[in-house]
Ligand binder design. Structure first.
Ligand code: ADP
Length: 158
């Protein structure tokens, strides 16, 4: 049975929220690709190789997880990988509205790919990568918000 999934995102950087939601998904799929989307319009904060390395560290004990990067449409990536499931996390109703339009568009682009949502753990609802970037940018300590394997100290400015 094809039970391959893709979890796309920027992971700039991975947070405890991402880690938690991806760990909910791992037992459900034979193979789970965590795919960093390279988007020319979205300016990166942490270099992509660093983001991939952090993801590899965080999921090193999960052999079904593979870290990749990609450009182009996520549904095209799914087709290339033979993945039928596209995974996303839902924090708030704003996430839902945003994800609904993307998910419905993706279904039109490729009806063979189903988007599956995972509900965020309540303690991570207000956590996002941009808050972590802001803390780092201003020289604060964001270690409480990222997995242990993510060492942000080298990026501390000021
Ligand atoms: P994007 O740049 O596409 O928004 P992100 O890296 O921010 O990608 O997020 C990827 C996915 O992880 C999204 O589905 C998002 O809802 C989910 N996510 C982000 N932050 C959290 C969190 N704190 N808890 C659970 N899921 C999260």
């Amino acid at each position: 049975m094809n039970n391959i999934a893709v979890f796309p995102g920027s992971f700039d950087p991975i947070t405890k929220g991402h880690e938690s939601v991806i760990k909910m998904a791992i037992p459900l799929f034979n193979k789970l690709y965590i795919a960093i989307g390279l988007n020319a319009e979205k300016k990166e904060f942490f270099p992509v190789e660093q983001r991939m390395e952090w993801l590899r560290q965080v999921f090193k004990d999960f052999p079904s997880v593979e870290i990749i990067k990609y450009t182009g449409l996520t549904v095209d990536l799914c087709k290339k990988l033979d993945a039928r499931y596209l995974l996303r996390g839902l924090r708030t109703s704003a996430d839902f509205e945003f994800e609904r339009s993307i998910g419905q568009t993706n279904r039109k682009l490729n009806p063979d790919v189903e988007t599956v949502f995972f509900l965020t753990a309540s303690e991570y609802t207000s956590l996002n990568s941009s808050i972590v970037r802001d803390i780092v940018r201003h020289g604060g300590d964001a270690s409480a918000f990222v997995p242990e394997a993510v060492d942000l100290s080298q990026y501390k400015s000021g």
